[in-house]
Design a protein around this ligand. Structure first.
Ligand SMILES: [Fe+2]
Ligand SMILES: [Fe+2]
Length: 321
């Protein structure tokens, strides 16, 4: 996947072109233009309607479970949608902490960059509030028994032990797939809950500048590293992705157990392993591969690493598949 990187350093030239007009000042301008309010724009007094799907098949993969009837597939898409919202609220905890930390590099320098990154953090704090608000709304509508297993602060503390280069790589991957999921899968699906769809429409609008700033900051960080430090950073990125996979394995298991707790009377128990396999595959696509395979992520990463390092990352990803 990353086996044919551009020559190291070429990102700097290429980036000037790619980023033309998309510097920190542009990020501030977009941030002001797309800004939204949780109540006035997103929630608007609405409740969730369980007669509609939440996550589209392209993300949930429930269409691969042809032995489930329409109601069962819809319920599985709603469970995955609830986890999807919780996962964003959860990863945004370490995203805000890391972005606030890197603002330090601009405190006494580029005030435009500082403002852009403060706006970025402010937006992610608002997104966390949005996702915190919708979880109890879903809990009221959906049957009892759902569990989101991981504590945002505990996981963020572990993630932030890793070096900035590795954490920024993970953050860029997340912020690219956020936009990709909406544009490729959520937006075109007419059968989804309009409320659920709106949440991710508004979320995506404020995410476009985040990926641009992640790229700028990742390049800044990369320039500070020696070859040896970068090599170690790649190991840490692999460790982070492996840890994300551990979270996905546990959450997919909890989500399938919840599905059976509610729908177990109609779905035979021997199908549990197959459903578990498909849900884990869906989660790995949602949170790992749709970002790791994103062309912009591949280009940026490929330009910073050697061929051998690309192989190491490919091998690690191969173990997850
Ligand atoms: Fe966000
Ligand atoms: Fe973001």
């Amino acid at each position: 996947m990353f086996s044919a990187p551009q020559k190291r350093g070429s990102i700097r030239e290429g980036d000037k072109t790619k980023m033309e007009g998309y510097d920190y000042a542009k990020c501030i301008e977009i941030s002001k233009r797309v800004r939204w309010d949780i109540d006035k724009d997103v929630i608007r007094g609405r409740l969730f309607d369980l007669s509609q799907k939440f996550l589209p098949d392209g993300l949930s993969k429930v269409n691969q479970l042809d032995f489930l009837n329409e109601e069962e597939r819809k319920f599985l898409s709603q469970i995955q949608g609830r986890t999807y919202a919780n996962m964003f609220g959860f990863v945004e905890r370490f995203i805000v902490a890391k972005i606030l930390e890197i603002t330090r590099g601009h405190w006494l320098g580029d005030q435009i960059a500082l403002e852009a990154l403060v706006r970025f953090s402010d937006e992610e704090l608002k997104h966390q509030e949005l996702f915190r608000r919708i979880e109890p709304m879903l809990a009221v509508e959906m049957p009892e028994g759902y569990r989101f297993l991981h504590q945002p602060d505990a996981v963020a503390a572990a993630v932030l032990q890793k070096c900035t280069w590795a954490v920024l790589a993970l953050i860029l991957e997340i912020e690219l797939f956020t936009q990709e999921h909406y544009r490729q899968s959520i937006e075109p699906d007419e059968s989804l809950s309009p409320f659920f769809k709106d949440i991710f429409f508004f979320h995506m609008k404020e995410e476009t500048t985040h990926a641009l700033m992640d790229e700028l900051e990742w390049l800044r960080e990369d320039k500070k590293l020696t070859s040896k430090e970068r090599d170690r950073a790649i190991d840490e990125l692999i460790e982070l992705v492996t840890a994300v996979d551990g979270i996905l394995q546990a959450q997919s298991k909890a989500d399938v157990e919840y599905f059976f707790k509610v729908r177990g009377a109609s779905v035979p128990n021997e199908k549990m392993d197959l459903i578990q396999e498909v849900v884990l595959k869906a989660y790995r696509w949602q949170y790992i591969f749709s970002g790791a395979e994103h062309p912009r992520f591949r280009t940026s990463l490929g330009s910073l690493i050697t061929e051998a390092q690309g192989e190491r990352i490919n091998n690690a990803l191969g173990l997850i598949r």
